[in-house]
Design a protein around this ligand. Structure first.
Ligand code: NDP
Ligand code: GDR
Length: 359
């Protein structure tokens, strides 16, 4: 029997990698996508198959985590063996501007899906994965593992804390196979452009191509445990294949500062950054040319910051046989090279459009 998965957040970074993985494993993949005024399926367009094609195994459904009746209908239609709840307002800084919406989508949205499973009496059929996060640890001292107490530092993390606990409650109270993956930061060339890694790699590529002068940054000193998203979606799948539902940390076990990410990204195009000044006056200068490349803009600081995340993935290594395969250095390099290629392509396409207009 073909296994059926429903992925919420399929149009996001992780949703796209997970859909690829599950299709390669022979699953029928259903995804929830939001209606938008412009196409929002760029990350999964290569997976699209005309639904009229015989044997099509990839299907999209309109939906939103804030709309319970719609979620019940989609879950009823799909009758999934596995649900991966990846949909979320996932930007920590934006959650300070939209705290109520973030709580609704990220917190209550999880409850709505769990209730859909219960209402439809799918408790013994459908396994549920919740995209929990290292942001739950907030101010907790590193290294963080499954036993570390949570100290959330943002509306995003507080909403995800509710989602974490409601997932556990449904597991313990109703016998659902409901698991939390507590994932540390994971990135890729498909990362959203306002997260720090992608913002840096796009800027480095644009500066290298002479299309941008400078990169404006927030806090350079926070430390993150960064891995590659492709490795982490493999971990999500393993979490739902385990013989019992549980909570799992996926991380690399290595932390690097934002500053180091900036240095490595510029190093990937052969530039060395020297730092001058302190605090908001700090500047990153190109050692060879003396050009100012990095400045601080306080608008990127957050009302609360998470200083040091460093995961201990030993439980997942031991019991799931999961380990990251991409190093920090490889990740930064892959992202910079991908952005060089993408920006060149975009620029060329734009240039061609201009030429057509002139004809
Ligand atoms: P993205 O921001 O790239 O993707 C989020 C997805 O959620 C998009 O498909 C988005 O749709 C969708 N979405 C947002 N709001 C709603 C809503 N109200 N209803 C339905 N869909 C919605 O996130 P990632 O892929 O990076 O992360 C996946 C999940 O894992 C998220 O829950 C995130 O919080 C969590 N996480 C991420 C980590 C990371 O480092 N990447 C680490 C730990 C946890 P649209 O495309 O229309 O915007
Ligand atoms: P994070 O990711 O908050 O860890 O959440 P983000 O890349 O936004 O920030 C990482 C760190 O970089 C600092 N920073 C900046 N961040 C952004 N976005 N833009 C800047 O200009 C900038 N300058 C410095 C931040 O202050 C922070 O310390 C991500 C998301 O994917 C969440 O959904 C997920 O749960 C966690 O990772 C694990």
């Amino acid at each position: 029997m073909t296994r059926r998965a429903l992925i919420t957040g399929i149009t996001g970074q992780d949703g796209a990698y997970l859909a690829e993985l599950l299709l390669a494993k022979g699953y029928e993949v259903h995804g929830l996508k939001r209606r938008a005024s412009q196409f929002n399926t760029q990350r999964i367009d290569h997976l699209y198959v005309d639904p009229h094609t015989a044997g099509a195994r990839f299907h999209l459904h309109y939906g939103d985590l804030t709309d319970a009746t719609n979620l019940i209908r989609v879950v009823q239609e799909v009758q999934p063996d596995e649900i991966y709840n990846l949909a979320a307002q996932s930007h920590v800084k934006v959650s300070f501007d939209t705290p109520e919406y973030t709580a609704n989508a990220d917190g209550l949205g999880t409850l709505r899906l769990l209730e859909a499973i219960r209402i439809l009496k799918l408790e013994h059929r459908t396994r549920f994965y919740q995209a929990s996060t290292s942001e739950l640890y907030g101010k907790a001292s590193p290294p963080q593992n499954e036993a570390t107490p949570f100290l959330p530092q943002s509306p995003y993390a507080a909403a995800k804390l509710y989602a974490y606990w409601i997932t556990r409650n449904y597991r313990d109270g109703y016998g659902l196979f409901a698991a939390n993956g507590i994932l540390f930061n994971h990135e890729s060339p498909r990362r959203g452009e306002t997260f720090v890694t992608r913002k840096i790699t796009r800027a480095v590529a644009a500066i290298e191509l002479g299309l941008q002068d400078r990169l404006y940054m927030g806090n350079l000193d926070s430390l993150r445990d960064w891995g590659h998203a492709r490795d982490y979606v493999e971990g999500m799948w393993r979490i739902l294949q385990h013989d019992r539902p549980d909570d799992w940390v996926l991380a690399t076990g290595e932390a690097h500062s934002v500053r180091e990410f900036v240095e490595r990204a510029f190093a990937a195009v052969g530039r060395e950054i020297v730092w001058k000044g302190r605090g908001v006056e700090e500047k990153g200068i190109d050692r060879r040319t003396g050009k100012l490349l990095v400045e601080i803009d306080p608008r990127y600081f957050r009302p609360l910051e998470v200083d040091h995340l460093l995961g201990d993935p030993s439980k997942a290594q031991r019991e799931l046989g999961w380990k990251h395969t991409t190093s920090f250095e490889e990740l930064v390099r892959e992202m910079v090279l991908a952005d060089l290629e993408q920006i060149q392509r975009e620029h060329l396409a734009h240039g061609q459009l201009v030429n057509h207009a002139a004809e």
